[in-house]
Design a protein around this ligand. Structure first.
Ligand SMILES: [Zn+2]
Length: 501
Protein backbone atom coordinates (compact mmCIF):
# COMPACT_ATOMS: atom_id res chain seq x y z
CA UNK A 1 0.00 0.00 0.00
CA UNK A 2 2.90 2.38 0.71
CA UNK A 3 3.92 2.02 -2.92
CA UNK A 4 0.43 3.04 -4.13
CA UNK A 5 0.24 5.94 -1.66
CA UNK A 6 3.65 7.25 -2.79
CA UNK A 7 2.66 6.82 -6.42
CA UNK A 8 -0.59 8.72 -5.84
CA UNK A 9 1.20 11.58 -4.03
CA UNK A 10 3.80 11.84 -6.82
CA UNK A 11 1.09 11.97 -9.48
CA UNK A 12 -0.87 14.68 -7.62
CA UNK A 13 2.23 16.91 -7.34
CA UNK A 14 3.26 16.30 -10.96
CA UNK A 15 -0.31 16.97 -12.13
CA UNK A 16 -0.49 20.38 -10.41
CA UNK A 17 2.96 21.36 -11.82
CA UNK A 18 1.91 20.30 -15.29
CA UNK A 19 -1.41 22.16 -15.10
CA UNK A 20 0.46 25.33 -14.16
CA UNK A 21 2.82 24.96 -17.16
CA UNK A 22 0.68 23.52 -19.99
CA UNK A 23 -2.95 24.16 -19.15
CA UNK A 24 -5.52 21.77 -17.86
CA UNK A 25 -6.57 19.90 -21.06
CA UNK A 26 -3.08 18.72 -22.11
CA UNK A 27 -2.27 17.91 -18.53
CA UNK A 28 -5.50 15.90 -18.15
CA UNK A 29 -4.85 13.89 -21.32
CA UNK A 30 -1.26 13.17 -20.36
CA UNK A 31 -2.18 12.03 -16.88
CA UNK A 32 -5.09 9.96 -18.14
CA UNK A 33 -2.58 8.18 -20.42
CA UNK A 34 -0.13 7.59 -17.57
CA UNK A 35 -2.96 6.39 -15.31
CA UNK A 36 -4.06 3.84 -17.95
CA UNK A 37 -0.50 2.53 -18.29
CA UNK A 38 -0.18 2.11 -14.52
CA UNK A 39 -3.62 0.53 -14.28
CA UNK A 40 -2.64 -2.03 -16.94
CA UNK A 41 0.63 -2.66 -15.06
CA UNK A 42 -1.18 -3.20 -11.78
CA UNK A 43 -3.74 -5.54 -13.38
CA UNK A 44 -0.91 -7.52 -14.99
CA UNK A 45 0.80 -7.78 -11.59
CA UNK A 46 -2.36 -9.00 -9.89
CA UNK A 47 -3.14 -11.51 -12.65
CA UNK A 48 0.44 -12.75 -12.79
CA UNK A 49 0.37 -13.15 -9.00
CA UNK A 50 -2.32 -15.80 -9.38
CA UNK A 51 -0.23 -17.88 -11.78
CA UNK A 52 3.19 -17.54 -10.14
CA UNK A 53 4.48 -20.78 -8.69
CA UNK A 54 4.72 -20.49 -4.94
CA UNK A 55 7.17 -22.57 -2.99
CA UNK A 56 5.61 -25.14 -0.68
CA UNK A 57 6.55 -25.07 3.01
CA UNK A 58 9.76 -27.00 3.57
CA UNK A 59 8.85 -30.54 4.54
CA UNK A 60 11.89 -32.05 6.21
CA UNK A 61 12.02 -35.77 6.57
CA UNK A 62 14.10 -37.59 9.14
CA UNK A 63 17.41 -38.73 7.70
CA UNK A 64 18.73 -42.19 8.49
CA UNK A 65 19.85 -41.93 12.15
CA UNK A 66 22.91 -44.20 11.84
CA UNK A 67 24.09 -42.46 8.69
CA UNK A 68 23.56 -39.05 10.31
CA UNK A 69 25.40 -40.04 13.49
CA UNK A 70 28.37 -41.34 11.50
CA UNK A 71 28.47 -38.21 9.33
CA UNK A 72 28.31 -35.91 12.37
CA UNK A 73 31.14 -37.73 14.09
CA UNK A 74 33.19 -37.50 10.87
CA UNK A 75 32.54 -33.77 10.46
CA UNK A 76 33.39 -32.98 14.09
CA UNK A 77 36.68 -34.80 13.71
CA UNK A 78 37.33 -33.09 10.35
CA UNK A 79 36.83 -29.65 11.90
CA UNK A 80 39.30 -30.52 14.67
CA UNK A 81 42.07 -30.69 12.05
CA UNK A 82 42.78 -27.04 11.14
CA UNK A 83 43.27 -26.73 7.39
CA UNK A 84 43.63 -22.99 6.83
CA UNK A 85 44.86 -22.45 3.25
CA UNK A 86 48.65 -22.74 3.15
CA UNK A 87 48.88 -24.98 6.25
CA UNK A 88 50.59 -27.90 4.50
CA UNK A 89 50.84 -30.01 7.69
CA UNK A 90 47.18 -29.55 8.57
CA UNK A 91 46.08 -30.40 5.03
CA UNK A 92 48.32 -33.49 5.02
CA UNK A 93 46.76 -34.63 8.31
CA UNK A 94 43.31 -33.99 6.86
CA UNK A 95 44.01 -36.16 3.80
CA UNK A 96 45.34 -38.92 6.08
CA UNK A 97 42.20 -38.62 8.20
CA UNK A 98 40.00 -39.09 5.13
CA UNK A 99 42.05 -42.12 4.01
CA UNK A 100 41.59 -43.74 7.43
CA UNK A 101 37.98 -42.80 8.04
CA UNK A 102 36.94 -43.84 4.53
CA UNK A 103 39.47 -46.63 3.94
CA UNK A 104 36.83 -48.69 2.07
CA UNK A 105 36.10 -45.77 -0.27
CA UNK A 106 39.78 -45.22 -1.03
CA UNK A 107 40.14 -48.94 -1.70
CA UNK A 108 37.25 -49.04 -4.16
CA UNK A 109 37.73 -45.69 -5.93
CA UNK A 110 40.76 -45.03 -8.13
CA UNK A 111 43.20 -42.37 -7.11
CA UNK A 112 43.76 -40.23 -10.23
CA UNK A 113 47.18 -38.56 -10.59
CA UNK A 114 46.20 -34.95 -11.12
CA UNK A 115 49.47 -33.06 -11.06
CA UNK A 116 48.42 -31.24 -7.90
CA UNK A 117 50.32 -32.18 -4.76
CA UNK A 118 47.84 -31.14 -2.12
CA UNK A 119 44.50 -31.90 -3.77
CA UNK A 120 42.62 -35.18 -4.21
CA UNK A 121 41.10 -36.51 -7.42
CA UNK A 122 39.21 -39.79 -7.19
CA UNK A 123 37.27 -41.81 -9.73
CA UNK A 124 34.40 -44.20 -9.07
CA UNK A 125 34.46 -46.38 -12.12
CA UNK A 126 31.26 -47.02 -14.06
CA UNK A 127 30.60 -50.00 -16.35
CA UNK A 128 33.07 -50.88 -19.06
CA UNK A 129 32.28 -49.47 -22.52
CA UNK A 130 29.89 -46.96 -20.97
CA UNK A 131 29.19 -44.23 -23.53
CA UNK A 132 27.88 -41.67 -21.03
CA UNK A 133 30.15 -38.76 -20.18
CA UNK A 134 31.38 -38.75 -16.57
CA UNK A 135 30.16 -36.32 -13.96
CA UNK A 136 32.20 -34.70 -11.20
CA UNK A 137 31.53 -33.48 -7.68
CA UNK A 138 33.82 -30.83 -6.18
CA UNK A 139 34.59 -29.50 -2.76
CA UNK A 140 37.60 -28.05 -0.97
CA UNK A 141 39.53 -29.18 2.08
CA UNK A 142 41.02 -25.80 3.05
CA UNK A 143 39.30 -23.07 5.04
CA UNK A 144 39.73 -19.37 5.63
CA UNK A 145 41.54 -18.39 8.87
CA UNK A 146 39.28 -18.27 11.93
CA UNK A 147 39.66 -14.50 12.43
CA UNK A 148 39.73 -12.91 15.87
CA UNK A 149 36.04 -12.62 16.74
CA UNK A 150 35.32 -16.20 17.81
CA UNK A 151 34.16 -16.48 21.40
CA UNK A 152 35.28 -20.11 21.58
CA UNK A 153 37.80 -22.49 20.03
CA UNK A 154 37.10 -22.27 16.27
CA UNK A 155 38.42 -25.80 15.78
CA UNK A 156 36.56 -27.56 18.60
CA UNK A 157 34.09 -29.37 16.33
CA UNK A 158 31.86 -29.58 19.40
CA UNK A 159 28.10 -30.15 19.22
CA UNK A 160 26.01 -27.70 21.22
CA UNK A 161 22.81 -28.41 23.13
CA UNK A 162 20.68 -27.51 20.08
CA UNK A 163 22.46 -30.03 17.89
CA UNK A 164 24.76 -27.70 15.93
CA UNK A 165 28.29 -28.82 15.06
CA UNK A 166 30.49 -25.77 15.51
CA UNK A 167 33.78 -24.82 13.92
CA UNK A 168 35.59 -23.36 10.92
CA UNK A 169 34.68 -25.31 7.80
CA UNK A 170 31.28 -26.50 9.10
CA UNK A 171 29.47 -24.98 6.09
CA UNK A 172 32.47 -24.06 3.93
CA UNK A 173 33.30 -26.65 2.87
CA UNK A 174 33.99 -29.67 5.09
CA UNK A 175 30.25 -30.36 5.09
CA UNK A 176 30.47 -30.94 1.33
CA UNK A 177 33.65 -33.07 1.49
CA UNK A 178 32.37 -35.21 4.38
CA UNK A 179 28.85 -35.29 2.90
CA UNK A 180 30.17 -36.75 -0.37
CA UNK A 181 32.44 -39.32 1.31
CA UNK A 182 29.58 -40.43 3.57
CA UNK A 183 27.24 -40.72 0.58
CA UNK A 184 29.72 -42.84 -1.39
CA UNK A 185 30.49 -45.05 1.60
CA UNK A 186 26.81 -45.61 2.29
CA UNK A 187 26.03 -46.35 -1.38
CA UNK A 188 28.91 -48.83 -1.51
CA UNK A 189 27.50 -50.65 1.53
CA UNK A 190 24.15 -50.86 -0.26
CA UNK A 191 25.92 -52.47 -3.22
CA UNK A 192 25.29 -49.56 -5.58
CA UNK A 193 27.39 -49.39 -8.73
CA UNK A 194 27.41 -46.13 -10.75
CA UNK A 195 26.10 -46.19 -14.30
CA UNK A 196 28.96 -43.96 -15.48
CA UNK A 197 32.33 -42.74 -14.18
CA UNK A 198 31.97 -40.35 -11.28
CA UNK A 199 34.87 -38.13 -10.28
CA UNK A 200 35.44 -36.36 -6.99
CA UNK A 201 37.81 -33.37 -6.92
CA UNK A 202 38.78 -31.90 -3.57
CA UNK A 203 40.98 -28.81 -3.79
CA UNK A 204 43.40 -27.68 -1.09
CA UNK A 205 43.66 -23.96 -1.89
CA UNK A 206 40.20 -22.82 -3.01
CA UNK A 207 40.12 -20.00 -0.50
CA UNK A 208 43.24 -18.45 -2.04
CA UNK A 209 42.26 -18.89 -5.70
CA UNK A 210 42.78 -22.62 -6.38
CA UNK A 211 45.78 -22.12 -8.63
CA UNK A 212 47.76 -25.09 -7.23
CA UNK A 213 44.68 -27.28 -6.78
CA UNK A 214 41.63 -27.04 -9.03
CA UNK A 215 43.47 -25.12 -11.75
CA UNK A 216 46.10 -27.88 -12.05
CA UNK A 217 43.54 -30.69 -11.85
CA UNK A 218 41.43 -29.01 -14.54
CA UNK A 219 44.47 -28.53 -16.77
CA UNK A 220 45.46 -32.20 -16.36
CA UNK A 221 41.94 -33.39 -17.25
CA UNK A 222 41.81 -31.02 -20.20
CA UNK A 223 45.14 -32.27 -21.54
CA UNK A 224 43.78 -35.83 -21.36
CA UNK A 225 40.92 -34.70 -23.59
CA UNK A 226 38.26 -35.33 -20.96
CA UNK A 227 34.75 -33.88 -21.05
CA UNK A 228 32.18 -33.98 -18.25
CA UNK A 229 28.40 -34.08 -18.57
CA UNK A 230 28.04 -32.03 -15.38
CA UNK A 231 30.10 -30.67 -12.50
CA UNK A 232 28.52 -29.91 -9.14
CA UNK A 233 30.40 -27.72 -6.68
CA UNK A 234 29.63 -25.70 -3.56
CA UNK A 235 27.64 -22.46 -3.90
CA UNK A 236 23.86 -22.17 -3.76
CA UNK A 237 21.91 -23.91 -1.01
CA UNK A 238 18.38 -24.45 0.27
CA UNK A 239 17.24 -21.27 1.95
CA UNK A 240 14.31 -21.05 4.32
CA UNK A 241 13.69 -17.36 3.65
CA UNK A 242 14.15 -16.25 0.09
CA UNK A 243 14.34 -12.50 -0.63
CA UNK A 244 14.13 -11.91 3.12
CA UNK A 245 10.60 -13.35 3.18
CA UNK A 246 10.08 -15.69 6.14
CA UNK A 247 8.62 -19.10 5.36
CA UNK A 248 9.49 -18.80 1.66
CA UNK A 249 11.94 -21.66 1.06
CA UNK A 250 13.80 -22.08 -2.22
CA UNK A 251 16.64 -24.12 -3.67
CA UNK A 252 19.16 -21.61 -5.00
CA UNK A 253 21.24 -23.13 -7.78
CA UNK A 254 24.26 -21.19 -9.03
CA UNK A 255 24.61 -21.50 -12.80
CA UNK A 256 27.46 -19.04 -13.05
CA UNK A 257 29.62 -16.77 -10.98
CA UNK A 258 30.72 -13.19 -11.29
CA UNK A 259 34.33 -12.35 -12.00
CA UNK A 260 36.54 -10.60 -9.49
CA UNK A 261 39.03 -7.82 -10.18
CA UNK A 262 41.07 -5.54 -7.97
CA UNK A 263 42.35 -2.17 -9.13
CA UNK A 264 44.82 0.13 -7.40
CA UNK A 265 44.10 3.85 -7.85
CA UNK A 266 47.04 6.12 -7.11
CA UNK A 267 46.78 9.89 -6.82
CA UNK A 268 49.90 12.05 -6.93
CA UNK A 269 50.37 15.34 -5.14
CA UNK A 270 52.86 17.65 -3.53
CA UNK A 271 54.77 15.96 -0.70
CA UNK A 272 56.08 17.94 2.24
CA UNK A 273 55.11 19.49 5.54
CA UNK A 274 51.39 19.58 6.29
CA UNK A 275 51.65 23.17 7.54
CA UNK A 276 51.89 24.44 3.93
CA UNK A 277 49.32 22.35 2.05
CA UNK A 278 48.33 22.85 -1.59
CA UNK A 279 44.64 23.41 -2.37
CA UNK A 280 44.19 19.71 -3.09
CA UNK A 281 46.37 17.06 -1.49
CA UNK A 282 46.86 13.62 -2.99
CA UNK A 283 44.41 12.33 -0.37
CA UNK A 284 41.84 14.97 -1.38
CA UNK A 285 42.12 14.00 -5.05
CA UNK A 286 41.79 10.32 -4.15
CA UNK A 287 38.74 11.10 -2.00
CA UNK A 288 37.13 12.85 -4.98
CA UNK A 289 37.75 9.72 -7.08
CA UNK A 290 36.24 7.46 -4.41
CA UNK A 291 33.11 9.65 -4.21
CA UNK A 292 32.72 9.50 -8.00
CA UNK A 293 33.04 5.70 -8.01
CA UNK A 294 30.41 5.33 -5.29
CA UNK A 295 28.05 7.71 -7.08
CA UNK A 296 28.38 6.13 -10.54
CA UNK A 297 28.09 2.37 -10.40
CA UNK A 298 28.42 0.59 -13.77
CA UNK A 299 25.42 0.32 -16.08
CA UNK A 300 22.76 -2.23 -15.11
CA UNK A 301 21.66 -5.06 -17.41
CA UNK A 302 19.21 -7.92 -17.19
CA UNK A 303 20.77 -11.29 -17.98
CA UNK A 304 18.39 -13.98 -19.21
CA UNK A 305 19.06 -16.14 -16.15
CA UNK A 306 18.48 -13.21 -13.80
CA UNK A 307 15.14 -12.52 -15.50
CA UNK A 308 14.27 -16.17 -14.86
CA UNK A 309 15.44 -15.73 -11.25
CA UNK A 310 13.38 -12.63 -10.46
CA UNK A 311 10.29 -14.05 -12.14
CA UNK A 312 10.52 -17.20 -10.02
CA UNK A 313 11.26 -15.08 -6.94
CA UNK A 314 8.37 -12.67 -7.53
CA UNK A 315 5.94 -14.35 -5.09
CA UNK A 316 8.44 -13.60 -2.29
CA UNK A 317 8.60 -9.91 -3.19
CA UNK A 318 6.62 -6.95 -1.93
CA UNK A 319 4.06 -5.45 -4.36
CA UNK A 320 6.24 -2.67 -5.83
CA UNK A 321 9.07 -5.08 -6.67
CA UNK A 322 6.59 -7.59 -8.08
CA UNK A 323 5.07 -4.79 -10.20
CA UNK A 324 8.49 -4.18 -11.76
CA UNK A 325 9.06 -7.92 -12.37
CA UNK A 326 5.61 -8.68 -13.80
CA UNK A 327 5.84 -5.86 -16.36
CA UNK A 328 9.21 -6.75 -17.82
CA UNK A 329 10.74 -5.86 -20.23
CA UNK A 330 9.04 -2.40 -20.05
CA UNK A 331 9.87 -1.99 -16.37
CA UNK A 332 13.57 -2.89 -16.52
CA UNK A 333 14.74 0.51 -15.32
CA UNK A 334 12.20 0.59 -12.52
CA UNK A 335 13.51 -2.84 -11.45
CA UNK A 336 17.12 -1.59 -11.37
CA UNK A 337 16.08 1.51 -9.46
CA UNK A 338 14.02 -0.34 -6.85
CA UNK A 339 16.77 -2.84 -6.12
CA UNK A 340 19.71 -0.41 -6.36
CA UNK A 341 19.52 0.20 -2.63
CA UNK A 342 19.22 -3.49 -1.70
CA UNK A 343 22.84 -4.63 -1.20
CA UNK A 344 22.19 -8.33 -1.75
CA UNK A 345 20.02 -7.92 -4.88
CA UNK A 346 21.68 -4.95 -6.61
CA UNK A 347 24.64 -7.20 -7.66
CA UNK A 348 22.23 -9.30 -9.78
CA UNK A 349 22.03 -6.45 -12.27
CA UNK A 350 25.44 -4.86 -12.45
CA UNK A 351 29.13 -5.09 -11.81
CA UNK A 352 29.65 -3.73 -8.32
CA UNK A 353 32.55 -1.57 -7.19
CA UNK A 354 33.70 -1.15 -3.60
CA UNK A 355 36.69 0.84 -2.30
CA UNK A 356 38.18 -1.42 0.34
CA UNK A 357 41.67 -0.25 1.32
CA UNK A 358 43.24 3.22 1.53
CA UNK A 359 46.85 4.33 2.02
CA UNK A 360 48.20 7.84 2.61
CA UNK A 361 51.23 9.26 4.38
CA UNK A 362 52.91 7.65 7.36
CA UNK A 363 52.45 10.52 9.81
CA UNK A 364 49.73 13.07 10.54
CA UNK A 365 52.01 16.02 9.69
CA UNK A 366 53.36 14.72 6.36
CA UNK A 367 51.69 15.42 3.01
CA UNK A 368 51.82 12.20 0.99
CA UNK A 369 53.39 12.40 -2.46
CA UNK A 370 51.12 9.49 -3.36
CA UNK A 371 47.82 8.28 -1.95
CA UNK A 372 46.21 5.09 -3.13
CA UNK A 373 43.18 2.90 -2.63
CA UNK A 374 42.04 -0.52 -3.74
CA UNK A 375 38.81 -1.00 -5.63
CA UNK A 376 37.22 -4.44 -5.53
CA UNK A 377 34.98 -5.19 -8.51
CA UNK A 378 32.63 -8.13 -8.93
CA UNK A 379 32.27 -8.42 -12.68
CA UNK A 380 28.87 -9.28 -14.13
CA UNK A 381 28.67 -11.31 -17.35
CA UNK A 382 28.86 -8.82 -20.23
CA UNK A 383 31.60 -6.74 -18.56
CA UNK A 384 35.27 -7.75 -18.43
CA UNK A 385 38.13 -6.78 -16.11
CA UNK A 386 39.49 -4.66 -18.99
CA UNK A 387 36.19 -2.87 -19.68
CA UNK A 388 35.78 -2.04 -15.98
CA UNK A 389 39.34 -0.69 -15.87
CA UNK A 390 38.43 1.60 -18.78
CA UNK A 391 35.27 2.61 -16.95
CA UNK A 392 37.25 3.57 -13.85
CA UNK A 393 39.75 5.50 -15.99
CA UNK A 394 36.89 7.41 -17.60
CA UNK A 395 35.52 8.38 -14.18
CA UNK A 396 38.82 9.93 -13.07
CA UNK A 397 40.30 11.09 -16.39
CA UNK A 398 40.43 14.75 -15.32
CA UNK A 399 42.17 13.89 -12.02
CA UNK A 400 45.84 13.08 -11.61
CA UNK A 401 45.15 9.42 -10.91
CA UNK A 402 46.63 6.22 -12.27
CA UNK A 403 44.51 3.06 -12.46
CA UNK A 404 46.26 -0.31 -12.50
CA UNK A 405 44.90 -3.86 -12.41
CA UNK A 406 46.08 -6.05 -9.55
CA UNK A 407 43.88 -9.10 -10.12
CA UNK A 408 41.73 -10.04 -13.11
CA UNK A 409 39.33 -12.99 -12.94
CA UNK A 410 36.68 -12.78 -15.67
CA UNK A 411 33.03 -13.74 -15.11
CA UNK A 412 32.29 -17.42 -15.71
CA UNK A 413 30.16 -18.91 -18.45
CA UNK A 414 26.48 -19.42 -17.59
CA UNK A 415 25.17 -23.00 -17.58
CA UNK A 416 21.84 -23.66 -19.28
CA UNK A 417 18.79 -24.23 -17.12
CA UNK A 418 17.08 -26.27 -19.82
CA UNK A 419 19.89 -28.84 -19.80
CA UNK A 420 19.45 -32.45 -18.68
CA UNK A 421 21.83 -32.13 -15.68
CA UNK A 422 19.99 -29.04 -14.38
CA UNK A 423 16.68 -30.87 -14.68
CA UNK A 424 18.22 -33.88 -12.93
CA UNK A 425 19.24 -31.75 -9.93
CA UNK A 426 15.77 -30.18 -9.83
CA UNK A 427 14.13 -33.63 -10.00
CA UNK A 428 16.10 -34.78 -6.95
CA UNK A 429 15.13 -31.57 -5.13
CA UNK A 430 11.48 -32.29 -5.96
CA UNK A 431 11.87 -35.89 -4.78
CA UNK A 432 13.41 -34.81 -1.46
CA UNK A 433 11.45 -31.60 -0.86
CA UNK A 434 8.16 -31.77 -2.82
CA UNK A 435 7.00 -28.38 -4.07
CA UNK A 436 10.26 -26.62 -3.31
CA UNK A 437 10.98 -24.10 -6.04
CA UNK A 438 14.38 -24.19 -7.82
CA UNK A 439 15.79 -20.77 -8.64
CA UNK A 440 18.89 -20.36 -10.81
CA UNK A 441 21.24 -17.47 -10.19
CA UNK A 442 24.67 -15.95 -10.65
CA UNK A 443 26.70 -15.97 -7.46
CA UNK A 444 28.98 -13.16 -6.38
CA UNK A 445 31.55 -15.47 -4.78
CA UNK A 446 34.15 -17.39 -6.76
CA UNK A 447 34.68 -21.14 -6.38
CA UNK A 448 37.05 -23.82 -7.64
CA UNK A 449 34.51 -24.88 -10.26
CA UNK A 450 35.30 -21.96 -12.56
CA UNK A 451 38.64 -23.63 -13.35
CA UNK A 452 36.81 -26.57 -14.94
CA UNK A 453 35.14 -24.57 -17.73
CA UNK A 454 37.47 -26.04 -20.40
CA UNK A 455 36.13 -29.55 -19.61
CA UNK A 456 32.44 -28.92 -18.94
CA UNK A 457 29.55 -26.68 -20.02
CA UNK A 458 27.14 -27.70 -17.27
CA UNK A 459 28.74 -26.43 -14.07
CA UNK A 460 26.33 -26.01 -11.17
CA UNK A 461 27.04 -24.55 -7.78
CA UNK A 462 24.68 -26.16 -5.31
CA UNK A 463 25.14 -27.74 -1.89
CA UNK A 464 22.07 -29.58 -0.65
CA UNK A 465 22.04 -28.16 2.86
CA UNK A 466 19.10 -26.30 4.38
CA UNK A 467 20.15 -23.02 5.97
CA UNK A 468 18.58 -19.88 7.32
CA UNK A 469 20.27 -16.63 6.34
CA UNK A 470 21.56 -16.34 9.93
CA UNK A 471 23.47 -19.59 9.53
CA UNK A 472 24.64 -18.76 5.98
CA UNK A 473 25.99 -15.40 7.21
CA UNK A 474 28.35 -17.27 9.53
CA UNK A 475 30.34 -18.47 6.53
CA UNK A 476 33.84 -16.90 6.77
CA UNK A 477 32.61 -15.48 10.08
CA UNK A 478 32.68 -16.33 13.78
CA UNK A 479 30.33 -19.07 14.99
CA UNK A 480 30.29 -21.10 11.74
CA UNK A 481 28.05 -24.13 12.34
CA UNK A 482 25.74 -26.71 10.81
CA UNK A 483 22.85 -28.61 12.34
CA UNK A 484 23.27 -32.37 12.67
CA UNK A 485 19.99 -33.11 10.88
CA UNK A 486 20.96 -30.69 8.09
CA UNK A 487 24.16 -32.68 7.54
CA UNK A 488 22.23 -35.96 7.53
CA UNK A 489 19.75 -34.62 4.97
CA UNK A 490 22.66 -33.39 2.86
CA UNK A 491 24.24 -36.87 2.80
CA UNK A 492 20.90 -38.42 1.81
CA UNK A 493 20.57 -35.85 -0.96
CA UNK A 494 24.04 -36.59 -2.33
CA UNK A 495 23.18 -40.31 -2.37
CA UNK A 496 20.07 -39.65 -4.46
CA UNK A 497 21.89 -37.26 -6.76
CA UNK A 498 24.72 -39.75 -7.40
CA UNK A 499 22.13 -42.46 -8.14
CA UNK A 500 20.14 -40.22 -10.48
CA UNK A 501 23.09 -39.65 -12.80
ZN1 LIG B 1 34.04 -22.62 -0.06
Amino acid sequence: MTFLKNLYATLVIAHSNFTASFGSLISFLLFAFIAVIFAVGIIRTILAGRHLKRSSPLRRYTPDPDLTAHACESLSEAIRIPTVSGDADGLERFREYLKTRYADVFEKLNFVPSGSNGSLLLKWKGPKNCDKLPIMFCGHMDTVPPGDTWEEDPFSGRTDEEGYIIGRGAIDCKNVVIGLFEAVQSLMKEGFEPSRDIYFAFGHDEEIGGKDGAAIMAETLHKRGMRFEAIIDEGGYITEEHFGRKRFPAALIGVGEKGCSYYRLTASGKAGHSSMPPKHTAVGVLAEAICRIEAAQPRARLLEVIEENVKLSAPAMRFSHRFAVCNLPFSKHLLYKLFSSVPDINPYFRTTLACTQVWGSQAPNILPGKASCMVSARILQGDTPKSIKKYLQSLVEDLDIEVESVLEIPASAVAATDSVPYRTICAVIEEKYPGLICIPGIQSITTDSRHYEPVCDNIFKFMPFVMTSDIYDKMHNAGEKIHQSCLGLGVEFYKSLIKSF
